[in-house]
Design a protein around this ligand. Structure first.
Ligand code: EPZ
Length: 419
């Protein structure tokens, strides 16, 4: 079991530049999209994170060839060796469910393990399944596996009962090869969804309303190959912005896209953080006292649920009380118990966390429970006086590329240690 050890005097002094990697949540659906064509798909700016290796293992099992050279990935799914996504892989990464739509649309069959829940919630996929059923798929659930079959999917008019990133991605990919027109209503508008649709259009998909609530897809018989740049990871960027807000110095985020972070930047400026936005870089500096504020997570372009744990750390240092309301996932406060071990003053009441500041944090040994909780513990460790040790950093490696090297490059006393 690997751990991360952070030493801090309590105040944080980071200075310099950090390059933001490609987005985990953009590259995973883009990789799944390669199943829609027999031709080559080339993805640049791919983050070297654990989830990418997991989905490439899944793709290999399905018969797709892949080659990764530095951060450029070439995929080719000429034919399927299997149409099954195993429980072992789906359990390791829920996003494996994203192969369901493309595999069914291309081959007429898909067998995917029903993803279990995870630390942040039950994570159902009923909206994915309802959409595919409306497109004519026959779905059966047996022994924990979903079998989906359809000789040819047909266009349908589909309204998502709630905003779902993965559901929108699965259905828009399936619709590209369906017969006729599919209308998708109440679509998720996250930048990762929009980027996937831009890739699908490059592959020959006929999609109107990319990035909008309503998308119209006219199915085609075949899709072709394409080359595509993975967008910067807005959650990694947001995580470094919070580090900057906790910081006495000033750091520059390079290759970040400020347009994907407008709500987070607005909230940081409200807290008193100085944020200077340029085209593909963001300068952030903390230093003064931090104002408390109430945060409610909501679908894009609202405040991202994936930034909730990180922002909570900033609010522990605010001069007053803040209330965080988590509306997307039902169990996304597992980082609170660990922050309490570091001396934070937080009370959870249902979907709300009441954060009382300012509470100086003191170092302790803590446990990472999920990807973004891990990031919040790193941020807390950077301002907790003493030596903080974070266990179970495997969670972190799923979605952050060398985060400790990047932080050390800015001046943090942080290193990975083996148990
Ligand atoms: C994506 O998960 C992201 N993962 C998550 O990031 C992110 O937190 C989430 O979107 C919300 O923005 C990837 O893109 C790989 P949803 P996804 O479908 O698609 C409910 C991270 O840390 N729902 O938008 O699984 C669901 O329970 C991860 O990088 C249904 O009820 O999320 C949740 O309450 C964590 N039925 C809400 O919708 C369904 O069929 C939003 O889920 C599907 C979802």
């Amino acid at each position: 079991m690997e751990k991360i050890r952070i030493r801090s005097e309590g105040a944080l002094r980071l200075n310099g530049r950090v390059k933001i990697s490609g987005s985990k949540n953009a590259v995973l659906p883009a990789i799944a999209a390669a199943l829609l064509t027999r031709e080559k798909v080339r993805l640049r700016n791919v983050p070297l994170v654990k989830d990418v290796h997991t989905i490439l293992t899944l793709m290999k099992g399905l018969g797709a060839d892949s080659s990764l050279r530095r951060n450029t990935l070439t995929l080719e799914a000429e034919k399927f060796a299997s149409t099954e996504a195993s429980y072992e892989l789906v359990r390791a990464m829920r996003a494996s469910i994203l192969v369901l739509g493309p595999m069914l649309a291309r081959s007429g069959k898909a067998v995917v393990a029903l993803p279990g829940g995870c630390a942040i919630g039950t994570r159902p996929i009923d909206l994915h399944m309802n959409g595919l059923q409306k497109m004519g798929a026959r779905l059966t659930l047996e022994h924990g596996y979903i079998t989906a079959e359809a000789s040819k999917l047909r266009g349908a008019d589909i309204t998502f009962e709630k905003k779902t990133v993965g559901g929108t991605e699965n259905i828009v990919m399936a619709a590209c090869l369906a017969r006729g027109e599919t209308v998708l209503r109440n679509c998720a508008r996250e930048p990762e969804v929009e980027s996937l649709c831009r890739l699908l259009v490059k592959m020959g998909g006929r999609i109107e309303g990319v990035g909008e609530d309503v998308m119209r897809v006219r199915g085609v018989d075949e899709l072709g190959g394409a080359a595509h740049d993975i967008i910067p990871d807005r959650i990694e960027a947001g995580t470094f912005l919070v580090a900057g807000a906790l910081n006495q110095g000033s750091i520059d985020l390079v290759d970040a896209d400020p347009a994907h972070l407008s709500t987070v930047i607005e909230r940081l400026r409200f807290s008193g953080t100085r944020v200077e936005v340029k085209k593909d870089r963001i300068r952030v500096a903390g230093g003064g006292s931090i104002l408390p504020q109430d945060i409610t997570t909501s679908p894009y372009p609202g405040f991202p649920t994936d930034m909730q744990a990180q922002f909570m750390v900033l609010l522990t240092q605010a001069a007053g009380t803040s209330i965080i309301t988590e509306t997307i996932f039902e169990r996304r406060f597992s980082h609170v118990n660990e922050l309490l071990r570091l001396g934070a003053n937080i009370e959870v009441l249902g979907d709300k966390a009441i954060v009382r500041g300012r509470t100086p944090l003191s170092a302790a040994e803590v446990m990472a429970t999920d990807l973004r909780a891990s990031a919040s513990l790193i941020l807390a460790g950077l301002v907790a006086k003493g030596e903080t040790v974070i266990n179970d950093v495997e969670h972190l490696d799923r979605g952050y590329e060398n985060i400790e090297d990047k932080l050390r490059g800015l001046g943090a006393d942080i290193k990975r240690i083996s148990a």
